[in-house]
Design a protein around this ligand. Structure first.
Ligand code: PBG
Length: 322
């Protein structure tokens, strides 16, 4: 037979030679949850293996991440105080701002990304400011810009707006430029879907909306062309990196982004994707390492250049042992 594709699968060496996608530690961004409490390292019940850290214990985690060779973290804050206006989101001594300062000081080698959103900081749990029972886009954008500035002042390298308000990237780019933070980059959650896969995260950061849902700002999971329009707008407004979120059920979107746009594409392997694997592995239904590697390889093969994943440390360990 002239064509025998199995020839190139004969042994590990040839499989390695022809392998098209390989995981690389440089692709990984590790999420970190920081809480405004003291002496806390508390496992998140819905996300086994993930923890809340208070500022005084944060160094343990960051040191481990850095020692494993991971180069980037994305920070999420759990503030003590919430109100209708998300004021603690842009406080100079807010939880994320404190964490950024600490990491910047102790780990100049780490690239610090901050999630810019209001939902963890609003008493109602929505990602924007509420006016007459609906999310007021433009007022929300103003607050998001203030949040960004406070993160940049603290020393963030990159901000990642995850609110899905219209025009936020423009406002964020402007406030950064006007305040001489021209080098702070923007990774936009461009196609952020209104997804049930965020369930464990919302439990982890107590950010479930107290009324309604996020469907008036996050995207309808049924749409793909709309994702391209969103990403096009973000690029026009100054986004440096475009993100798709969640990842596993949206690999077609990752692929379309990669084909359509000549900028780095990020994918967020979200909490529900992580927790499903953890739970099934605990039951003995699946092999956790195998599923983890296949999932993250699939996300990369689809077109993601950067991958935010709660498996970052596990993958780093696997990479260094294999
Ligand atoms: C904040 C935000 C969310 C996630 C990242 N940033 C939650 C949401 O939009 O409800 C989800 C991350 C995950 O599920 O791992 N808006």
């Amino acid at each position: 037979m002239k064509h025998r594709p199995r020839r190139l699968r004969k042994n590990a060496a040839i499989r390695g030679l022809v392998r098209e996608t390989t995981l690389n530690i440089n692709d990984l961004i590790c999420p970190v949850f920081v809480t405004e409490e003291e002496n806390i390292k508390r496992e998140i019940p819905s996300m086994p293996g993930q923890f809340h850290f208070s500022i005084d214990r944060l160094e343990e985690e960051i040191n481990e991440i850095s020692t494993l060779g991971i180069q980037a973290v994305i920070l999420f804050g759990l503030p003590e105080y919430k109100d209708e206006y998300a004021s603690s989101a842009h406080a100079n001594d807010g939880i994320v701002q404190q964490a950024v300062r600490l990491i910047r000081h102790n780990h100049p080698e780490l690239f610090i990304i901050t999630d810019v959103c209001l939902c963890q900081y609003t008493s109602h749990g929505h990602c924007g400011i509420i006016e007459d029972n609906s999310i007021d886009n433009d007022r929300s954008v103003e607050v998001l810009a203030r949040v960004t500035l406070s993160h940049a002042k603290a020393g963030a390298d990159m901000v990642a707006p995850s609110d899905m308000m219209d025009g936020r990237v423009k406002a964020i780019r402007e406030i950064l430029d006007n305040n001489n933070y021209k080098d702070v980059s923007i990774m936009s959650y461009s196609a952020k879907y209104s997804s049930a896969f965020y369930g464990p995260f919302r439990e982890a950061v107590s950010s479930s909306p107290s009324f309604g849902d996020r469907k008036t700002y996050q995207m309808d999971p049924a749409n793909s062309d709309e994702a391209i329009r969103e990403a096009g707008l973000d690029l026009e407004q100054g986004a440096d990196i475009l993100m798709v979120k969640p990842a596993m059920a949206y690999m077609d979107i990752i692929h379309r982004f990669k084909k359509n746009f000549n900028v780095p594409i990020a994918a967020y392997n979200v909490s529900g994707e992580y927790s499903m694997i953890k739970a099934a592995a605990k039951e003995g239904f699946i092999d956790e390492t195998g599923i983890m590697l296949e999932t993250i390889t699939g996300i990369k093969r689809a077109g993601a250049d950067l991958i935010i994943t709660y498996f970052a440390k596990d993958i780093a360990r696997w990479l260094s042992s294999s």
